[in-house]
Design a protein around this ligand. Sequence first.
Ligand SMILES: *Cc1c(COP(=O)(O)O)cnc(C)c1O
Length: 404
Amino acid sequence: MFDVQKVRAQFPILSQTVNGKPLVYFDNGATTQKPEVVIDAIAQYYTEFNANIHRGVHTLSQLATDAYEQARNTIQNHLNAKYNHEIIFTSGTTAGINLVANGFAKFVKEGDEVMVSALEHHSNIVPWQFLCEKTGAKLVVIPMNEQGELRMDKFEKLLSSKTKIVAVNHISNALGTINPIKQIIDKAHKVGAAVLIDGAQATPHLRPDVQELDCDFYVFSGHKVCGPTGVGILYGKENWLNALPPYQGGGEMIKEVTFEKTTYAELPHKFEAGTPNIEAGIVLGTAIDYLNGIGFDNIAKYEQELLDYATRKLLEIDGLKIYGTSENKASVISFNIEGIHPYDIGTIIDKLGVAVRTGHHCAQPIMQYFDIPGTIRASFAFYNTREEIDIFVEAVKKAQMMLT
Ligand SMILES: *Cc1c(COP(=O)(O)O)cnc(C)c1O
């Protein structure tokens, strides 16, 4: 049984007050809070076995290396990757996408096409624009509809033998739409295109199976799955990772260095130049174990209840419009109230202890589509409650009264 009060007790920050009010943290789309096991694991690393990894024969270095590699195995199991060397530690989603987009210059030439969607985070747009500028390839965009869903009919028409890679998110951070990625992957593969899935917003809510999806790359960030900042994961199929050139040069990624020629280390080290964020890598394993302990079925079911409840309550407010109304949605609600700037609402409800995000959510093309400056975004995690939603809705009503 899922007991939210028990869960909340594991998150020290949730019992804080902000501006004299109990904290209501609804900015989980930007980053999640950390449970005690994660906070303790960070302290334990520095207290008991801090040392550089893969480099020393001494005991602490062995312990740190073992813990780091254990975390890699945890993540391999979590994603159901075939090999543990398909799991590359990065500094986050952004870094993972840049690694792939940079390396793809090897496979893309003038006249080729690189496809993203209208729903992407800037992290999954700009690195592909760099690639297109460098190679002369064309950036093609899968359009969306009024509900904030991808136009699959248009997608099929846009695909061709020119398409080299399709990069789409699993769940939109700005609207919450869950995209039909299995369909996208299968259709893209039919024309010989590779597929990268930006899983930054999906991994907090569900457990992806990369073999079942058959995606070529899947990326996510530690800090959005109750883990530390500064760490993320790039999953890539072995053959793609072998084919891609190294991203950064330095220590750890080499086999042999001479001034004439350097040979590269085997996977995964080929893509892990320099000393990584060791503590964060280890603790990402702890965070993933923690979430699996709660269970993604429990998380999804509970968050869906929160989403339905909050949607119903918010729609009782006059002049309130929700952006992103797909049937398939994660626990993210983007909205505006007629005649009021989103920033003003965010500022007032912060005074009442409620943390939400306001603005364009690093997805300006979506705001351009709806012709709005931004939205107010409430994003729920499994540690949020209905009572918090009541406080939030009352706070929004109060802000509306003050501003009109
Ligand atoms: C947060 C987010 C990113 C960027 O993640 P970083 O941790 O900032 O690198 C990319 N895509 C989506 C969908 C996100 O939600």
